[in-house]
Ligand binder design. Structure first.
Ligand code: GLY
Length: 375
């Protein structure tokens, strides 16, 4: 398969430019890619213990063979470990190893690794370069692109962090071969989210081929990944700091993050986003923005991937609607105790009002949408 090259170019305040490489057998080519980036004296590969067991030796050998100094530092896998404590431990390990500013971090792993390692890079000695090698579908199509790095707190997800862009992103889809199907669906939700809001044709492509997708047809997955990334690059280029349009890539996330947090991360992020998409589509339908037909189409499509109304009903038995609504108030899009929601207008596009993508929604409307799924 050919490698797809996509460019990220952010204009202001500083010119940021990096390339996203999407293809197979890219890991072997890391040394030649590193030769084109900021010259450094050494590399620190940050990964989780699970990824280290599978890929650690192979990646370190690639560096050794190319005569590049590299060490691996790890932390336990899982969203529960995307914390300030992990950030501190990783930073201290690097200080113990006497890493200077001439060090580059290689983030190897899923979204948790990318966000945490990227945040270490953003803060280590006031910022050092890093590259992102996402190994999960979710990280490939969403979290590795756009420079958001950070950690969770007991108050909510991603509440501490920075915008710190990698020098390159390497999306080696060979990593997907070992990915369990639940993880594939988990990541697919981010692609479905961006297609539902921006690209009807790609959504139909996924719908028409979902069996092949779930069977991991790699050329199909490469197409889905490349198009998802391309759409996300477009959004981030137009609104890097989420002042307006970038809220769209967080569609489904306000409710999704609340469920994820209240469940203590027992459901995958993508699944929570999937449930969030159902509820936030219902809000749009109740507001008269989305037609009932399109709302049902969204539900039908999600059903195909196991994100069912019944599963959401069972989740809503565990947490009170009050608790979910309260948790949404800590969302980064909340202002003066009011949360802004993105409203799906039809399949493939969202509503804007005077150019604004976020809409303040009364909490009673959110409660009404959640209540619909309890029946
Ligand atoms: N993952 C959402 C964003 O990058 O804004």
């Amino acid at each position: 398969m050919n490698t797809t090259l996509l460019n990220v170019k952010l204009p202001q305040p500083e010119a940021i430019k990096y390339q996203v490489n999407i293809g197979t057998e890219l890991i072997k080519k890391i040394p030649s890619l590193l030769g084109t980036l900021t010259p450094v004296a050494r590399y620190i590969i940050i990964t989780d213990t699970m990824m280290n067991n599978i890929y650690g030796t192979a990646i370190i050998n690639i560096f050794k063979k190319a005569d590049l100094q590299a060490d691996i530092i790890t932390f336990p896998a899982g969203e529960k470990n995307k914390t300030e404590a992990t950030h501190r431990k990783l930073t201290h390990k690097m200080l113990q190893k006497k890493c200077g500013r001439d060090t580059m971090i290689i983030a190897l792993g899923g979204g948790v690794v990318g966000d945490t390692a990227g945040y270490v890079a953003a803060t280590y000695m006031r910022g050092i370069p890093y590259i992102n090698i996402p190994t999960s579908f979710l990280a490939m199509v969403d979290s590795s692109i756009g420079g958001k790095v950070g950690v969770d707190t007991k108050f909510g997800k991603n509440l501490i962090g920075a915008f710190w862009h990698p020098e390159a992103v390497i999306v080696d889809i060979d990593y997907l071969k070992k990915l369990p199907q639940t993880q594939l669906v988990n990541g697919l939700m981010e692609s479905i989210k961006i297609f539902l809001t921006y690209n009807k044709e790609m959504l139909e492509m996924v719908e028409n081929n979902w069996k092949k997708v779930l069977k991991k047809d790699l050329s199909l997955l490469q197409k889905i990944i490349a198009r998802s990334i391309e759409l996300k690059i477009g959004v981030v280029t137009r609104d890097e700091h989420e002042a307006n349009e970038r809220m769209v890539v967080n569609w489904g996330h306000t409710i999704g993050h609340a469920i994820e947090h209240l469940s203590n991360f027992s459901f995958g992020h993508g699944y929570c986003v999937g449930y969030g998409i159902l509820v936030e589509s219902k809000i749009a339908e109740l507001m008269g923005v989305l037609s009932i037909e399109d709302f049902e189409k969204v539900c039908e499509m999600m059903h195909g991937f196991g994100i069912t109304k019944k599963a959401l009903k069972d989740i809503l038995k565990k947490f009170s609607i009050q608790a979910i609504v309260k948790q949404t108030l800590i969302d980064k899009k909340a202002r003066n105790g009011k949360v802004k929601y993105v409203l799906l207008e039809k399949i493939g596009s969202v509503k804007t009002t005077k150019g604004m993508f976020g809409h303040e929604i009364d909490k009673n409307m959110v409660k009404k949408a959640l209540t619909y799924f309890t029946k």
